[in-house]
Design a protein around this ligand. Structure first.
Ligand SMILES: NC(=O)c1ccc[n+]([C@@H]2O[C@H](COP(=O)([O-])OP(=O)(O)OC[C@H]3O[C@@H](n4cnc5c(N)ncnc54)[C@H](O)[C@@H]3O)[C@@H](O)[C@H]2O)c1
Length: 307
């Protein structure tokens, strides 16, 4: 199949590109390299440096490449920035995504796979782990934009029969995650600590997250590609780990004697979240295989090498 992966030079997208190519698919990548890197990009992928806000630029790709499936990972991913400048966030995460959706219809693609968020879409959960039926009350513009685009996917599916799968990821971690970004506590902590530096914990560190390893997220994208199901699926482990625990685990695995710096907690982030991925197991046949320690070990190895 010919698959367009947007954001294919980024952390998650680049791993999906590698896996799809490994499976024998032809992969086209659209990325503006705003937070992605050419070093991440699989040399067998056809690359277009295009901003998804550029409809005409995207249309040239659709016209030329005869795409079967769109896997959409390009996004403005900074939760704080989404609150400071929600028009910019919406411009990319809603309008840019709609450009892709419109072209997907016009060029009759077979399926649209979308990287949504489970960590930022439910708001402060009423119960944990949150399943897909949990009310979606995002606390950030980033979460609101992801939710809005999910709704467009549903509307376009109902009216024009375009199949879609939206994957609501928990906190994804692993090799290639940008440690200089705002998100990705594992990457940020590990990168600092392998260099002997002290990481900053925002708030008291007792906030909990559901950490899902990149290889499990890749396998969810393979299942999404191969399945004939349509819908929205949580992709997480259901296990809550506190930020303090993340720090302690990394410190233990590194054998370093480092203390964190505590700073004021950040706006737009929930206190506790974990995802119930039973639906993905039942309908897509997906479940996570990596426990946190195994994923952390591989991640630490990566940051050690790239120190
Ligand atoms: N990392 C997580 O824990 C997590 C959790 C839930 C959802 N997601 C979603 O997964 C996707 C990938 O996230 P990631 O963590 O790999 O981040 P990332 O920043 O590494 O990847 C995003 C990619 O999109 C590209 N991009 C950004 N704006 C663009 C634009 N306007 N036009 C074209 N390309 C653009 C960037 O250059 C980058 O390569 C995003 O949609 C994100 O919202 C990530």
């Amino acid at each position: 199949m010919k698959i367009l992966v947007t954001g294919g030079a980024g952390f998650i997208g680049s791993h999906i590109v590698d896996a799809y190519i490994e499976l024998g698919h032809s992969v086209i990548v659209v990325d503006d390299l705003s937070t992605g890197f050419l070093e991440n990009l699989n040399p067998k992928a056809i690359f277009y440096k295009i901003d998804i806000r550029d409809f005409a630029g995207l249309e040239k790709v659709f016209k030329k490449e005869k795409i079967d499936v769109v896997n959409h990972h390009a996004a403005q991913i900074d939760v704080r920035k989404s609150l400071q400048d929600f028009i910019f966030d919406a411009d990319i995460n809603i309008m840019g995504s709609l450009n892709l959706l419109k072209l997907s219809l016009d060029y009759r693609i077979k399926k649209f796979i979308f990287a949504s968020t489970g960590g930022a879409i439910y708001g402060e959960p009423q119960y944990i782990p949150a399943d897909e039926k949990h009310p979606a009350n995002p606390l950030s513009a980033y979460g609101a934009a992801k939710l809005a685009f999910e709704k467009y996917l549903q509307v376009i599916h109902i009216n024009f029969a375009l199949p879609f799968i939206a994957l609501r990821y928990a906190n994804v971690y692993g090799p290639r995650q940008n440690p200089l970004g705002e998100a990705g506590v594992v990457a940020i902590f590990t990168d600092k600590m392998v260099k002997g530096q002290r990481p900053t914990i925002f708030g008291d560190g007792e906030q909990t997250r559901d950490f899902v390893y990149i290889k499990d997220v890749v396998s969810a994208n393979i299942k999404a590609l191969e399945s004939d199901k349509i819908g929205i699926y949580n992709i997480g482990t259901g296990i809550r780990t506190s930020v303090n625990e993340v720090f302690r685990k990394i410190r233990e695995l590194l054998g370093e004697n480092i203390e964190p710096i505590y700073a004021e907690e950040r706006k737009g982030e929930v206190k506790h979240i974990a995802l119930d991925a039973t639906l993905a197991e039942r309908e897509l046949g997906w479940r996570p295989h990596y426990d946190f320690d195994a994923g952390l070990r591989e991640t630490i190895e990566f940051y050690r090498k790239s120190k």
